[in-house]
Ligand binder design. Structure first.
Ligand SMILES: *Cc1c(COP(=O)(O)O)cnc(C)c1O
Length: 408
């Protein structure tokens, strides 16, 4: 890094004047915590008693035999409390909030997973909690809204713009501007202004640290390829971080949606549709038109449906340290079913993107190859989307009945 918060030409902190001191305070708190070995130990201890860390790696013997030779392992982030790697980030930020002596947290959420994780952390630490969520998402994601409220959080529907994730982020920043003294904004992925990309990656690096030791213990050598899905980029950076200096091929898998030849996808780095710009406080690749207006994106997985991407990944892409690919909705559903039936684990639709890409590549590999797939979360939350997509008449009535409230 040349300048604080820059990764090559990407990153930075494009923030309004009123937030400068809040960001300075956060940078200082994070730098001090990172320099203090007892902070990481406190974090690891809490994760092991509250979120089932270390999460195991699972040898996928049936998938290995199905595709031929390459030995396939799964890193089980689905076993975290609240069902995904998001716990790693929110618990870490919670410890920082405690250090800074603040009493209130706010967050944006799209599908609601980050909102539930943040509300959970707030309940555990005793913070007040407000979650901003686009009105469209509030209607689509009733179960997550239900749990956030039960956890004691206030959920505020955002009625601006397209009433989805990016509008929720803007509203959360507006709240922060007026409550900087007692409030911390818990950003959900490795995007946004410095220090968020670095800080979120730091907490998520627990995935890679564990996985590297685990695969060495099982196989006595490193994997040949590591696969992770890429929304904002936090689970990918988390697992990749421990292999950046090794002869390991790192593969980031984006949402190919209905195909990269259509407009209905959310691929920023695997295809040429995105361009460099500054939005939401950072410089990176965005899916935008020539006037800088953000485009509509699409993915079967809500967590990958985002216009921007981590500046850290944008830089790794430019340095050719990570290869970016995309998996379509169809490929993802096939990979999801295959994984479930062969291994008895339920990947989130987001995570199934990483499986889909690994499955495309596995048949051409040899018995000397080891593949490690990051299962970022569990798929129970995707019941309606999956049942709908499978189009099974036996489940139609149930799905339509629920979907009436769900797809309002
Ligand atoms: C939110 C989410 C993602 C996408 O976020 P990243 O920051 O790209 O990791 C991926 N998988 C699951 C299960 C999620 O909940």
């Amino acid at each position: 890094m040349s300048k604080a918060g820059y990764y090559g030409d990407f990153g930075g902190a494009f923030i309004p004047e009123v937030l400068v001191s809040a960001f300075q305070e956060l940078v200082e708190a994070f730098d001090q915590a990172r320099a203090d070995p007892s902070f990481w130990q406190e974090y690891v201890d809490l994760m092991s008693t509250y979120s089932c860390r270390p999460t195991p790696i699972t040898y996928a013997g049936n998938l290995t035999r199905h595709f031929g030779w390459a030995r396939i392992y799964i890193k089980r982030e689905d076993l975290n409390h609240t069902g995904a790697h998001k716990a790693n980030n929110v618990i870490g930020q919670g410890l920082l909030v405690k250090r800074m002596g603040k009493s209130r947290v706010i967050a944006e959420t799209g599908a609601g997973q980050h909102g539930v994780a943040t509300a959970t952390m707030a309940a555990k630490f005793g913070f007040q909690c407000t979650i901003y969520m686009g009105e469209v998402d509030v209607a689509r994601q009733r179960p997550n809204v239900f749990w956030m409220q039960r956890l004691g959080a206030e959920v505020i529907p955002v009625r601006d713009g397209s009433r989805t994730l990016k509008d929720a982020i803007n509203e959360a920043f507006r709240d922060w501007v007026t409550h900087v003294d007692d409030t911390h904004y818990v950003l959900g992925t490795a995007c946004g202004p410095h220090p968020f990309p670095e800080m979120v990656s730091y907490f998520q690096s627990i995935i890679g640290k564990e996985a590297r030791g685990q695969i060495l213990a099982c196989e006595g050598r490193l994997p040949s390829r590591v696969y992770a899905c890429v929304g904002g980029g936090s689970n990918a950076l988390g697992i990749f971080s421990s292999f950046l200096d090794d002869p390991v091929e790192l593969v980031g898998v984006e949402a190919g949606g209905r195909g990269l030849d259509t407009e209905a996808h959310a691929s920023r780095l695997a295809c040429g549709d995105a361009s460099v710009g500054v939005a939401q406080g950072y410089k990176s690749f965005f899916l935008q038109d020539r006037d800088g207006q953000m485009k509509e994106t699409h993915s079967i997985a809500a967590g990958l449906d985002y216009v921007g991407v981590s500046p850290v990944l944008a830089s790794l892409h430019e340095q050719k340290k990570v290869r970016f690919e995309a998996a379509t909705d169809r490929e993802v559903l096939d990979a999801f079913s295959l994984t479930l039936k062969n291994e008895g684990v339920i990947p989130a639709l987001e995570s199934a993107h990483a499986f889909a890409q690994a499955f495309k590549e596995a048949p051409a590999l040899s018995k000397d190859d080891i593949l490690l797939i990051n299962q970022s979360g569990r798929g129970d939350k995707d019941i309606f989307t999956i049942a709908d997509a499978l189009d099974d008449p036996e489940w139609k009535d149930f799905i339509l009945g629920k979907a009436a409230d769900y797809h309002a």
